[in-house]
Design a protein around this ligand. Sequence first.
Ligand code: FE
Ligand code: FE
Length: 189
Amino acid sequence: MKRLEIEKKLKKELDKERYTHTLGVMYTAAALAMAHHADVEQAMYAGLLHDCAKCISNKKKLKLCKKYHITISASEKRCPFLLHAKLGAHFAKKIYGINDTEVLHAIQAHTTGEPHMNTLDKIIYIADYIEPNRKKAPNLNKIRSMAFVDLDKAMLNILADTLEYLREKGGELDPLTMNTYKYFYGKLN
Ligand code: FE
Ligand code: FE
């Protein structure tokens, strides 16, 4: 599907707030791609579709993952919201006709991150965190400007703040997020 067609469909699939966030991520990802000499088109498609499976109930997410033989980890079972990344990559391919494996991978990796993320993966992960409609995260201004200079440094700061947030709130921590943090910590230290 063409980008404008996808936008139209997503406007119906997502609630208003999620749709606004989606456009914010798409344009922020485009700007980050420009700053880091990455492919702007890929960044826009991945940003546009990253949350395409978000506005589905947890029960239905689990059901759809079983139906499409998508593996469900222990932490995803406890916290099915995490599955919107894997399910989103599946929808992007099957419903929105995206065949670019790098775009699909960036969608899949956007929630937990993963070690050895490539430039596009990092751009989407970071755009999701810093897009203009986000307001509450600590150090947001610092991380926003950092993102346009050094993707790895921005990743490490976002992951550190995310771990801290989950610790405080007692939220479900996917082991992959911890591994991703360790990876970037090792890379930068
Ligand atoms: Fe998401
Ligand atoms: Fe998002």
